[in-house]
Design a protein. Structure first.
Length: 333
């Protein structure tokens, strides 16, 4: 039986990866904090490893593994510089140093970065065709810094690295994006701005799981980076409308594009005077839903034999089924 070690195994992506690898008959080790909510792992036969990336040297790792997947991270475009440097960049360095110091045997290290390191607000973005820089976001800046550190380690010491750059990941267990969106819809917040015609780079979480598995088992790809997305053109209107239908809601007011920018500006002023206030709208978020962005995944398809599920309607329904079940069970208030 092959084995995999997943950091942040109780989170959105980590819990989906844990399930996926269990279905592939792997022995799954999941690194979680002792204070973590573990209900996404209910019924999973995985071996929990308790640890914290801020004190990773105290974590006892298995002596031998096949694959290590590092997906534990702050995931927020609003996270500050200090938090991102500590959690994303320094946490990755400390984790890798602990792996090397522990002298455990393993075949490959998979680092989950973000497609935003390649930019945004452009079509068919790739390393050769970058979009507008998103490095003004500390989250993106330190994901890129972590990539550079790991790639340098690969070049100098042969560290068996593969980088994955997922686009906008949605799916069951997504509390960071899907829950606020759906709760907002239920309270009457109009999600579609303008005509909602802009394309966004949807990456369904099951497709990310497939790409992660392939990044583990495909031979001779160390030192490479792959962008992961569904590979289809989905608009924000299609995305939001699918949820509105399931919630039996209808958007009656369509805000002109300038209006959310005005609201975001007011929220920014409030945040300046009340630091504890976290604005739900930012200029960056509005730009994301009012401009085209997608990524070229041809390299991922060719080199990993990646075959994404492109049935977006089925994917949206899976998200809604999960959300309604979480509400019924009391996990979402």
């Amino acid at each position: 039986m092959q084995s995999v070690f997943i950091t942040g195994a109780n989170g959105f992506i980590g819990s989906n990866l844990s399930r996926y690898f269990l279905e592939k008959n792997f022995q799954v080790y999941g690194m979680v904090r002792r204070t973590s909510d573990l209900h996404f792992l209910d019924g999973f036969h995985i071996k929990l490893i308790y640890g914290d990336l801020n004190e990773v040297e105290k974590t006892e790792l298995p002596p031998s593994l096949d694959y290590i997947i590092h997906c534990a991270s702050i995931v927020s475009d609003a996270a500050d510089e200090k938090s991102c440097e500590s959690n994303i960049y320094q946490g990755t360095i400390d984790f890798v140093n602990h792996i090397l110091a522990s002298k455990i045997k393993f075949q490959r290290f998979i680092y989950l970065s973000t497609s935003l390191v390649l930019g945004y607000r452009k079509l068919n973005i790739s390393e050769e065709n970058p979009g507008k820089s998103a490095l003004f976001l500390p989250y993106v800046k330190y994901k890129l810094e972590a990539e550079r550190y790991l790639l340098d380690l690969y070049k100098k010491e042969g560290f068996p690295l593969v980088i994955l750059r997922p686009a906008d990941v949605y799916g069951p267990n997504d509390r960071v994006s899907c829950v606020p969106i759906l709760k907002g819809m239920e309270t009457g917040v109009p999600p579609i701005v303008g005509r909602g015609k802009w394309i966004f780079p949807l990456c369904y979480v099951e497709n990310l799981c497939q790409a992660t598995y392939l990044a583990c088992v495909t031979k001779n790809i160390e030192g490479r980076a792959y962008t992961v997305a569904n590979g289809t053109d989905v608009t924000w209107k299609e995305f939001f409308s699918a949820f509105l239908r399931r919630l039996n809601r209808k958007q009656r007011i369509y805000l002109p594009v300038f209006f959310p920018f005005v609201v975001a500006f007011v929220m920014k002023i409030i945040h300046f005077f009340v630091r504890s206030y976290e604005p739900p709208l930012t200029f960056y978020r509005i730009k994301r839903i009012t401009s085209h962005t997608n990524y070229d995944i041809s390299k991922t398809v060719k080199e990993l034999n990646y075959r994404p599920d492109q049935d977006s309607e089925k994917q949206f329904n899976a998200i809604m089924d999960w959300y309604l079940a979480e509400k019924a069970s009391g996990h979402i208030k």
